[in-house]
Design a protein around this ligand. Sequence first.
Ligand SMILES: [Cu+2]
Length: 235
Amino acid sequence: MKKITVVSLLALSVVAFSGAGAKPAAAAGGAEISGKVMLSSAAPVCEKIKMAADPVCLSQHKDTVVKQDVVANGGNLQYAVVYLDGVTGSYPAPANAVQLVQVGCMYEPHVFAAQVGQKVEIINNDGTLHNVNCQAKMNKKFNLAQPTKGMKSAKVFDQAEVGIPIKCNVHPWMMAWGNIFSHPFFAVTGPDGSFSIKGVPAGKYTVKVWQEKLGTKSQEVTVADGEMKSVSFSL
Ligand SMILES: [Cu+2]
């Protein structure tokens, strides 16, 4: 069972990030925009989640579980969404599905991103009822009951939309955020705050970052064919 603790995040390894090293072999001619998202203030004390209302949830955690609205590890911000704005062209949805799993009465991952038309599989991995309440604005809202363990439902979002709140009507602490893009040039930061967007066609872009509590920021970036550019944000 995944425990969401600061200690467990600290144990995760740091992934090397852009700037140095060889050019990527991937994506014919594409540029790579990568970097880090940092927390500019001191990391907040995360609010503890009380799961006593549902013994099935409670029994799955030995350690304290905390809210994930600001997950920072040594100033590195996880679960920030970084994406290119103003991309033109048509990009078909990838065949693979993105998964949103309810496990230990938490959503995993807390923040996901997918392309318009890409399948998003919502899975109940718990032996208790979850009710997935998707409060999209551009896309169709839905309210999906998943009463039993192993249930899987596929959803497809047909509009680009950043910051779609997804809650559970049964467990008020459960919270996830969906992010949908019309192109593949997006990433969600890892535990070390890093992101990488590959295969970017040469051009000038606005790189944006979104975080559920800390808001948005943007930077203008120009990349040439095959170029690797480092971009960092502080929120
Ligand atoms: Cu639930």
